[in-house]
Design a protein around this ligand. Structure first.
Ligand SMILES: Cc1cc2nc3c(=O)[nH]c(=O)nc-3n(C[C@H](O)[C@H](O)[C@H](O)COP(=O)(O)OP(=O)(O)OC[C@H]3O[C@@H](n4cnc5c(N)ncnc54)[C@H](O)[C@@H]3O)c2cc1C
Length: 420
């Protein structure tokens, strides 16, 4: 075979894409952008286009606390300034207290040498901004790459609405079959399709964990006193209540309650809801004077048994769903993105197949152990704060008071939460 026919044969054999990312939520969209920026030809497949975000619209009911590590990734991807300037609630303090023992712990950015602990942002704003950046990065119906000396950047081919009906891993590629009848091939399939992950199920990857039998009731509320750029969280016997500072001066509540209690709270008339919420928050920010409509989300701990199968990896909630009490779900997902990108770049630099089992195992090993440790830590917190016997409550109070005085340990915890 001469050189030309050999090259043509290789081209015929090569998969059309480096990476196909399924799921364009915050994690999948960030992954697609990060991989394209790193020079991988990428496609993003999403079942539903995100709702348009508008500065004049009501604040999305779903918000997340973004840790500094997530802000750093979004900044690197060139989207953070737009998100921050659009609507982001910075917080520099965190006050967590126990309704039963009265013990409290405080985290303060300044005393740890930082300006802030993080930002409260709308899920929809983050996703929408990432989608805009994907559009601006070009690609449209192709995932063409511009390679120059020392630089390489690809567009992202976006397919939406698109759903994967099935896939087959082959020696040199993974072949995707879409509901539309179209087929795609890539060296690697990234499943970022959320906690219910159809791809994880198609790959036969099981999960472990537990159902908290709780729902998180969410709403945005106006309080009598200002939130002071502080994330407040009160642990009640029924579950934690967080009041997270929004950019417009209101607070976003995440109120975890047993199923039946959550249903009752959702059905309360507005005044009764404001009164109950005021009592649950111990009136720390005074009375609750106004609220938006409420919504609720079921809570569970769910960890995928493996993060990897043949030419496939799991990312974000597809790999791990955690209790929101530590506000870390998407932060873990964005750390998955960084690890995957760095792993694939290292493999390419070493001339390796980015979908090879030994490459994907490196990503899976690192992220699975880090995510599992965090998820079990959050679960342990949920269990400890559920203790109700007087002796255990007293022990918990003692432990929390002690921790609040142990500055080096507190700093370690804070740095860990920040992803530093
Ligand atoms: C009440 C509450 C409060 C929270 N607070 C915080 C917080 O403060 N901080 C924090 O870090 N995290 C928080 N979280 C967790 C955070 O919201 C999630 O971790 C995050 O949204 C997960 O993002 P994701 O992109 O992995 O998944 P998702 O947002 O679920 O996105 C998955 C995407 O995949 C698409 N999809 C699904 N199936 C298919 C298919 N077959 N084909 C194509 N596309 C498909 C979906 O349409 C969706 O767009 C909270 C969660 C809850 C419930």
């Amino acid at each position: 075979m001469n050189a030309l026919t050999q090259e043509a044969a290789i081209r015929r054999r090569a998969p059309a894409l480096d990476v196909a990312v399924v799921g364009g939520g915050m994690v999948g969209a960030a992954a697609a952008l990060a991989l394209a920026r790193a020079g991988f030809s990428t496609a993003l497949l999403e079942a539903r286009a995100p709702a348009a975000w508008s500065a004049h619209g009501e604040v999305d009911l779903r918000v997340v606390g973004l840790a500094p590590s997530s802000v750093a990734l979004l900044d690197e991807l060139g989207v953070w300034t737009s998100i921050r300037d659009a609507r982001a609630g910075p917080y520099a303090h965190m006050h967590v207290w126990d309704a039963e023992s009265g013990a409290a712990i405080d985290f303060d950015a300044a005393s740890e040498g930082h300006d802030l602990l993080g930002y409260i942002v709308e899920n929809n704003l983050v996703q929408w901004t990432l989608w805009h950046a994907l559009e601006a990065a070009g690609g449209g119906s192709s995932a063409s790459c511009a390679r120059g000396p020392g630089t390489s950047m690809c567009g992202v081919r976006r397919l939406c609405p698109a759903e994967v009906k099935g896939f087959e891993a082959r020696e040199d590629r993974i072949q995707l079959e879409l509901s539309s009848g179209e087929t795609l091939s890539a060296a690697l399939l990234v499943a970022a399709d959320g906690a219910a992950s159809p791809l994880r199920q198609l790959a036969g990857i099981g999960t472990r964990g537990r159902d908290y039998a709780q729902r998180a009731v969410v709403a945005h509320v106006r309080t009598e006193r200002p939130h002071e750029n502080t994330a407040w969280q009160r642990f009640l016997p029924s579950g934690p209540l967080a009041l997270l500072p929004l950019a417009d001066g209101r607070s976003s509540i995440v109120w975890s309650l047993p199923e039946a209690e959550a249903r009752r709270v959702l059905a309360l008339d507005e005044q009764a809801f404001l009164d109950e919420l005021g009592m649950a928050s111990d009136f720390l920010l005074g009375r609750i004077v106004a609220t938006t409509p409420r919504a609720a989300f079921p809570l569970k701990l769910q960890l995928a048994e493996h993060y990897q199968a043949d030419r496939l990896v799991l990312l974000g909630d597809a790999a791990h769903a955690v209790h929101p009490l530590a506000g870390q779900g998407v932060n873990l997902g964005l750390r998955d993105v960084v690890e995957l990108r760095d792993t694939l770049v290292a493999a390419r630099t070493a001339g390796r197949d980015i979908g090879a089992g030994h490459v994907l195992r490196r990503y899976a090993r690192r992220r699975c152990s880090a995510d599992t440790l965090d998820a079990l830590g959050f679960d342990a917190l949920a269990r400890i704060y559920a203790w109700q016997s007087p002796a255990l409550v007293a022990a918990r109070g003692l432990g929390v008071r002690l921790l609040d005085r142990l500055a080096p340990l507190k700093r370690r915890l804070s740095e860990h939460a920040a992803g530093l």
